[in-house]
Design a protein around this ligand. Structure first.
Ligand code: UT7
Length: 334
């Protein structure tokens, strides 16, 4: 329901995007020296050639801040104008205060409320959904949605089945009112906690607080059953795409760019083939950044905007999935 006082002329949409990545590159050749793996295995099974890794003294908020500043600059909005900041992350700077609160302070967003949201790799979809609701209801004018993760911090570099996959980075979007011809067209979000056992980090929470034993038994690293997660991803993303298209009364041919979560090029290809999409209509960043968790979609969206792969008035379809299990899709006319 629209309560923004602007009748049918305006609705929530994306005003600007930004992203930030570490400079340090970790290549497949680097990983060959750390674990029993090969460039050939990693490229053929995942499509990844390199990923970015944050410096030892850096934290998620450093990249979230930069991505947020860039999104604000691209939207032409001042930090003081923000009503709300959300940071989607599974690797906050610390358990509390929230990374969003740290970013709010450093941005100088003196009028903004701030909180973190946790929906793993689907976090950006969840954030956009919330931001759209807040803007359309008139409760917020400008919302900054940031997704930031330093997955290198919870990656076990003795586990070859996961350590080749992940990288660090952040992406962001400013959500506000746009003319009704543009803006968010449809959302679909899903969750199935029964799948939580396929991708999780056991240690560090209230169930298993940090102890000498938890550290020694490597409980503070993420654990994943790759094949189960893979199957889940293809199924869930397919459902979400079909739902948003049908809710918006659009066909896949109306979509100008698919911006999928970058977890594995084989997952992206499975979705692309299911949707009969030309590769030119799909955003790929996996080769150079690996899986950057919640940030992967906003980083890819920001690159697409900057490279002119999606222009104002064109339709972008973002779709992702992650631990939880969670998944979702966002259809937006830029
Ligand atoms: O964003 C969060 C969501 N995460 C994902 O979407 C990940 C989804 N899953 C995947 O992308 C894939 O399942 C992986 C890339 C994680 C694994 O690929 P796979 O084709 O499913 O391989 P697999 O787990 O079936 O392993 C095949 C073989 C095994 O050896 P054996 O048992 O056949 O002898 C593994 O031990 O490959 C071996 N292997 C490796 N070999 C070289 C596993 N990791 C590696 C490695 N280098 N890094």
């Amino acid at each position: 329901m629209e309560q923004n006082g602007l009748g049918s002329k305006m609705r929530a949409g994306i005003l600007g995007t930004g992203s930030a990545l570490p400079n340090k590159v970790l290549t497949n050749q680097d990983l060959e020296k750390i674990v029993d793996t090969s460039d050939e295995w990693i490229v053929s099974r995942t499509g990844i050639r390199e990923r970015r890794i944050a410096g030892a003294t850096e934290a998620t908020s450093d990249y979230a801040l930069l991505a947020g500043q860039r999104a604000l600059a691209s939207a032409g909005i001042q930090a003081e104008d923000l009503d709300m900041i959300m940071v989607a992350t599974v690797t906050p700077d610390m358990m509390f205060p929230s990374t969003a609160s740290l970013v709010q302070d450093r941005l100088g967003a003196t009028h903004a409320a701030a909180f973190d949201l946790e929906a793993a790799c689907s976090g950006f979809m969840y954030g956009e959904f919330l931001a759209s609701g807040l803007v359309n209801s008139g409760q917020c004018k400008y919302v900054l949605v940031i997704a930031g993760d330093l997955l290198s911090r919870i990656t076990d570099y003795e586990d070859r089945s996961t350590c080749v996959l992940f990288g660090d980075g952040a992406g962001a979007a400013v959500v506000g009112l746009v003319p009704k011809e543009r803006g968010f067209l449809a959302f679909h979000l899903g969750s199935d906690g029964a799948g939580g056992k396929f991708l999780y980090m056991p240690g560090g929470g209230s169930r298993l607080p940090a102890s000498q034993e938890s550290v020694q038994s490597r409980q503070h690293f993420l654990k994943m059953e790759g094949q189960e997660t893979f199957k889940y991803a293809v199924r869930a993303m397919g459902v979400s795409v079909e739902r948003v298209l049908s809710d918006a009364h659009l066909e896949m041919t109306d979509v100008d760019l698919l911006v999928p979560h970058q977890a594995n090029v084989r997952i992206i290809e499975a979705i692309r083939q299911r949707l009969h999409l030309d590769p030119a209509k799909v955003m790929y960043t996996i080769e150079k950044y690996g899986n950057t968790s919640a940030s992967s979609i906003p980083i890819a969206l920001d690159e697409a905007v900057r490279e002119g792969k999606v222009m104002q008035g064109q339709v972008a379809l973002m779709v992702g999935f992650g631990a939880g299990m969670t998944w979702g899709a966002v259809l937006v006319r830029m």
